[in-house]
Design a protein. Sequence first.
Length: 407
Amino acid sequence: MSQPYADDVAVPQEAGRGEIPRRLPRYRETPRQRGRTLLMVLVGIGVVIGLVAVGIFAASAGDAEGARLAVLYAFIPLPVLWLVYWWLDRYEPEPRRYKVAAFVWGGVGAVAIALVVQLVVAEVADLTDQQLASFVAPLSEEPAKGLFLLFTFLRWRRIIDGFLDGLVVAGLVGLGFAFVENIGYYAASYLGSPEIPVAGAEGAAGTFFVRGVVSPFAHPLFTSAFGIALGLAVLVRSKVLKVVIGVLGMAVSVALHGLWNASLSYGGGAGFVLVYLALGLVLLVVGVIAVVTRVRQVRTLERSLSYVAERGWIHPAEIPYLSRFSYRKKARKHARSSHGRVAAKVVRRYQRLATEMAFLHDAIMSGHAKPHGVERTYALLDAMYALRPALRLPPPLPVAHRAVPHA
């Protein structure tokens, strides 16, 4: 392919030859992502609305003990599930504000839209609770959750640019939705109803076992089908094919959700077990693909950094300290112990900039350039070069530990 870069890229200064500043200047992304301030304002508003919604759902339990249990049970699986998505997103992390926005949209925007649709349908159509759960809920909840993914895909294209990004963002939307929805379910179980013989703490605990222990990944899995589809749609050029992939992804999300709810409403014990095992297999396959993709990210990062080093943009000895988490941590620890807290911050930022630059460079050279890819690569290199005089890395590793094959 043709050379996407100019030939006049500056040669970086030798690392560690300058003074370490007393305070690390704030890094400003170039080019700036439009709508960033608006997004943060909307997230703040969403958090406030979400807290009010959580309070309302929890209060529906009838007393303080029921409200406390509803919130507690909804929160218990959250740190573990969030940690899974943090681990998957660790090498090429999306901005924290977008992750929070995804979670808030799932818990506020998507819940509100789905609730309004279901209330309207229940009012105008003579449907049983089982029919509402099996057909109306999937058709209202999945598109509501998917709106954030679709908007991100169309408006902030650099966020979802592959399988793993789509999976992570969709999963966080699903987590937000499940968190708020579960509070309502736990509160209702605590309060009890004529159809449910068990109420109080025992009823809430039983519902928690089904939703929080047996199926905590349900909503993230449903939404992930659409997120993965959008991540794959990024890789094709045909607009028609992009639309087809997106529509198929949403159809799969709705189908998975409907199958799960129908198994609870109509399947009986055997039907539920069969559907549970089938969805468990789907989750396993998606999980294996996600882990393999993440492992490949390490190889992609090392390969791209080696090409970058051949261009003279970084020193080859830096590659292990920029690519492997154990060595990255060692580099930050060395900088902190030898030169102080600011030096460790310099290393951390340099690592983050180099990682983003390397993935951008790989996308450009493989023919899947991201929006403003070359411009952003230059901007990241400039930011890295500005840090190099204050960069304090450990001594170079033996060559055997830092050789990276180009295959």
